[in-house]
Ligand binder design. Structure first.
Ligand code: NAD
Ligand code: UDP
Length: 336
């Protein structure tokens, strides 16, 4: 199967391309490189022996999309391309709605034009409201609190509406919890530009000496150790979730929504402890005030994916930290 992978040189997209190739499918990547580097392709080739076809371009370019869908005889699309900084989305909402919502509409229109009707989309647990007790299943009421989360929910809704309008569509929204970790080879991983917003890449940069100390945002939450609890999922488990979801959805009609998470809640201090063990020294940290907008604790109920296409996250917190450490220590400044 030939699969168009938008955002395929990004963090999750690149790991998914590796597994698509390993499955015998052919990824064709389109990426504007706004948040990734072309050298990712060398790493995919090093790991798999295959260099995926790459087209540099923006998903908002309808003509380009139609050309790529047709010329490469694409059968399905996995749509990762989008912007993902919650804080930036609050300050620049139009940029997020344009990239994430408008970009998805242009893509779906081009797919319709070219009769490609299988789409798997990167949605997010940020679409859920925080009123429900974890674990969160797919029935938890949605109530995003920022433009980034809104943009994901809008695309989920557009996919639902389009699939109702025409039974030929197979639409799948995958709601990721907290993707972390790196390819076990140490060749691919997360490479954020500037100061990382997220816990894992920040810890990794403390470990290689690029940052002085981790700030632990709040230790007075109603959680076992007082720090925030999240559901971390290894990026290779997430990648295998895409392969399994696509295998299930292709040829089936409708709009499907699945949580992809580990089902386990891990605190900031537990993660700090595991990363310190992985890199072999106690990493410095300071207790800081809560980060505005954060909630105390949530994790996934991933049973729907498990029951439907027999997928579950297999890797442990120690795997996540060891693999991140291997990637960061071998590539202290990220991709060349
Ligand atoms: P990433 O930034 O590493 O990858 C996204 C890729 O899309 C980048 O390579 C970027 O250059 C490209 N891109 C962005 N806008 C584009 C456009 N208009 N046209 C073409 N290419 C474009 O991010 P990621 O962590 O790999 O996330 C992939 C997807 O998963 C995103 O849609 C993100 O919102 C979603 N997601 C991520 C997380 C997370 O924590 N990483 C959680 C939930 C959902
Ligand atoms: N966090 C932290 N220090 C950091 C970054 C994050 O203590 O430098 C905490 C954050 O408050 C939350 C958890 O780590 O409890 C996960 O945050 P992240 O930004 O990685 O993901 P989120 O779940 O907020 O999207």
């Amino acid at each position: 199967m030939k699969i168009l992978v938008t955002g395929g040189t990004g963090y999750i997209g690149s790991h998914t391309c590796v597994q698509l190739i390993e499955k015998g499918w052919q990824p064709v990547i389109i990426d504007s490189l706004v948040n990734s580097k072309i050298s990712v392709l060398d790493r995919i080739q090093q790991i798999t022996g295959t260099r995926p076809t790459f087209i540099e371009g923006d998903v908002r370019n309808a003509d380009l999309l139609q050309k790529v869908l047709t010329e490469h005889a694409i059968e399905a699309v996995i749509h990762f391309a989008g912007l993902k900084s919650v804080g930036e989305s609050v300050n620049l909402p139009l940029k997020y709605y344009d990239n994430n919502v408008h970009g998805s509409v242009v893509l779906i229109q081009a797919m319709k034009q070219c009769h490609v009707k299988t789409l798997v989309f990167s949605s997010s647990a940020t679409v859920y409201g925080d009123a429900s007790e974890p674990p969160w299943n797919e029935q938890v009421p949605t109530a995003p609190t920022n433009p980034y989360g809104q943009s994901k929910l809008m695309v989920d809704q557009i996919m639902a509406d389009v699939s109702i309008s025409d039974a030929a569509w197979s639409m799948t929204s995958l709601r990721y919890f907290n993707p972390v970790g790196a390819h076990p080879s140490g060749l691919m991983g997360e490479d954020p530009q500037g100061v990382p917003n997220n816990l894992m890449p920040f810890l990794a940069q403390v470990a290689v000496g690029r940052r002085e100390a981790l700030q632990v945002f709040g230790n007075d939450y109603p959680t076992p150790d007082g720090t925030g609890v999240r559901d971390y999922i290894h990026v290779t488990d997430l990648a295998s979730g895409h392969v399994a979801a696509l295998g299930y959805a292709h040829g089936r009609s409708g709009h499907f929504i699945f949580n992809l998470g580990s089902g386990q809640g891990i605190s900031v201090l537990q993660m700090h402890h595991a990363f310190s063990a992985a890199c072999g020294r106690a990493l410095p940290f300071v207790l800081s005030p809560r980060r505005p907008g954060d909630i105390a604790a949530y994790w996934a109920d991933p049973e729907h994916a498990q029951r439907t296409f027999n997928w579950e996250a297999k890797k442990s917190i120690d795997d996540m930290c060891q693999d991140t450490w291997r990637w960061q220590s071998q590539n202290p400044n990220g991709y060349p």
